[in-house]
Design a protein around this ligand. Structure first.
Ligand code: ADP
Ligand code: MG
Length: 350
């Protein structure tokens, strides 16, 4: 498991709040022309000319959304940004700025926050967004992180959840279930570590799925690809809660039904083998796992030729009239109603 590698523990009280903010944000540079004023005043100032603005926010609470016994702080910072950018891309918009707010207890030395901010900085650099503000406060025990992401798009490019039509194709990017199975492996190693702290886990066979859990990426590339292919999805959502519940969101908001084919769901071989090892059904994981940060969209059948040769996209079903309901067609060709948290009773329907 991840040990505390910090030799040095500088108490946060040595810096004071303003010293801390300065220290953590001194390397952040402004790169977007829409950022007029970033960190340092009472508010950031942004200018977007004729664009529409999308805003999204997420709150991450220690031991609810992350477990620091196997999550390196650098990865946590990175993932906190990714989770928000994914929501911006799901609107078919370009992410431009983020704000980051943290509440920390005195359990965390400066070095821990430096690590967190290294991850934040790396994600901001790779995804080309400016960190333009935030807030810093104390908490009694755990760590809390809130990120707000801001993005821009022309009004006609923005894709909502409610535009899907019957006969549209249901399309997903990448593959599903990896993040959840990565988490299962990490949880198992945590239990093993508790019993025998000298046990060195061999995680070689799980590198892809652990990376999907600890260092996910957001599909910025898909927003560009869709533009290049001249495809505007009729609806889109990011997969943070699992394929099943996101598909239901698209259906309900678009007031239509769906037929989703079990045998079309894209799975990485490592997800399949790890599911076998854990004796879990891989379809259940893809439907309910979550945190994959892939994009789920519907496209008009006319656009199918534009995407069919592209390995980033998999057609997994098609939309129907509302009256036909929302179903998974299994490999045995039986129809099973889609429910928000699994069709085989993994947990209760929402
Ligand atoms: P205020 O008293 O108005 O809340 P602060 O002293 O908290 O202002 O913040 C000063 C500046 O630093 C502001 O630009 C704010 O957005 C930014 N800031 C504060 N905390 C953070 C943080 N954790 N990460 C990034 N920027 C921050
Ligand atoms: Mg403040």
């Amino acid at each position: 498991m991840i040990k505390d590698k910090n030799q040095h523990r500088t108490s946060l009280s040595e810096l004071g709040e303003f010293g801390l903010i300065d220290h953590l944000t001194k390397n952040f540079k402004i790169s977007k022309s829409s950022t007029i004023k970033g960190i340092g005043d009472d508010a950031a100032v942004l200018e977007f000319k004729s664009k529409q603005i999308v805003v999204t926010t997420d709150l991450l609470v220690e031991n609810i959304h992350f477990d620091l016994s196997y999550t390196p702080l650098k990865h946590l910072g990175y993932k906190a940004i990714i989770a928000n950018l994914s929501d911006v891309y799901a609107m078919n918009a370009e992410a431009t700025q983020v704000t980051v707010s943290i509440a920390v207890s005195n359990r965390f030395p400066l070095e821990a926050l430096e690590e967190l901010y290294e991850g934040i900085h790396t994600a901001a650099k790779i995804y080309k967004v400016d960190v333009v503000g935030g807030d810093t406060t104390s908490s009694t025990t755990g760590l809390i992180i809130s990120v707000t992401a801001i993005g821009e798009a022309s009004g006609e490019d923005i894709v909502y959840r409610n535009g899907a039509k019957p006969n549209d194709l249901l399309v997903v990017t990448g593959d599903l279930g990896g993040a959840y199975m990565g988490l299962q492996v990490l949880e198992r190693e945590k239990q093993v570590f508790k019993v025998n702290p000298n046990n060195q886990p061999d995680l070689e066979a799980y590198t892809y799925i652990i990376e999907r859990q600890l260092k996910p990426e957001a599909r910025k590339d898909i927003v560009k690809l869709l533009k290049d292919l001249k495809v505007k999805p009729s609806s889109m959502i990011d997969i943070s809660d699992g394929l099943s519940s996101e598909t239901i969101h698209l259906c309900k908001q678009s007031n239509i039904g769906v037929e989703l084919y079990e045998n079309k769901i894209p799975l990485d071989p490592q997800v399949i083998s790890t599911c076998e090892e854990f004796n879990i059904d891989s379809t259940t994981i893809a439907l309910n796992g979550g945190e994959d940060y892939e994009l789920l969209m519907t496209i008009s059948q006319q656009d199918y030729p534009k995407i069919k040769a592209n390995p980033n996209f998999t057609v997994i079903g098609y939309m129907t009239e509302k009256e036909r309901g929302m179903h998974l067609i299994t490999r045995a060709e039986t129809l099973i109603p889609l429910i928000a948290k699994g069709w085989n009773g993994l947990s209760d329907q929402e």
